[in-house]
Write a protein that binds this ligand. Sequence first.
Ligand SMILES: Cc1cc2nc3c(=O)[nH]c(=O)nc-3n(C[C@H](O)[C@H](O)[C@H](O)COP(=O)(O)O)c2cc1C
Length: 186
Amino acid sequence: MTDVMDYILRRRSIRAYQPREVEPEKLELLLRAAMAAPTACNSQPWEFIVVTDREVLAELTGVLYAGHYNPAAAIAVLGNTRIANNSAARQFWVQDCSAAAENMLIAAAGMGLGAVWIGVYPMPSVIKLVTEVLHIPEEVTPLCVIYVGYPAEEKPPRTQYDPYRVYWQRYEPRKRRAKVKNAKYL
Ligand SMILES: Cc1cc2nc3c(=O)[nH]c(=O)nc-3n(C[C@H](O)[C@H](O)[C@H](O)COP(=O)(O)O)c2cc1C
């Protein structure tokens, strides 16, 4: 297996963290991974807020109702079409910023860190709360928050490969119900 497959499979949502801080250089590496992501017409419509201050972290995790965990750091991924290189960002910023977020998750796995994606956009109430806590201006939209820390739980690497979700050349009638019954959330 190639290294890159190894890290992709090793990336799991880690929601329990050691109290230990994450070194600033490692957080910067995550941001370098984020900003290496592809964007439509290379518009790069993103900004990031790195939160390491315990008070701000507590406020942030407090408003993220599906994110009441205790990470050592959190990186908010923001879409800002005004600072983007071109207007492609108006239609594609969600995909652009999602690519950046996923890059961070894979990089974190490769660095022995645990991370999880906490969804913000498109839930208006969550966007509002995160915007207030992080003092985000009106024209900027938080897409998600990536929690990061040294892991305090282990999860096995895995793919969820399902050949029934794959067609070759053209779409065909499904051979069976593709939805996984009782799919595990955690
Ligand atoms: C758009 C998006 C939003 C998510 N939001 C949350 C969240 O709010 N809280 C959480 O604990 N996990 C969240 N996750 C993580 C998923 O629950 C997780 O990726 C999924 O259960 C599969 O597990 P795995 O990441 O270990 O492969 C989110 C993932 C994505 C892609």
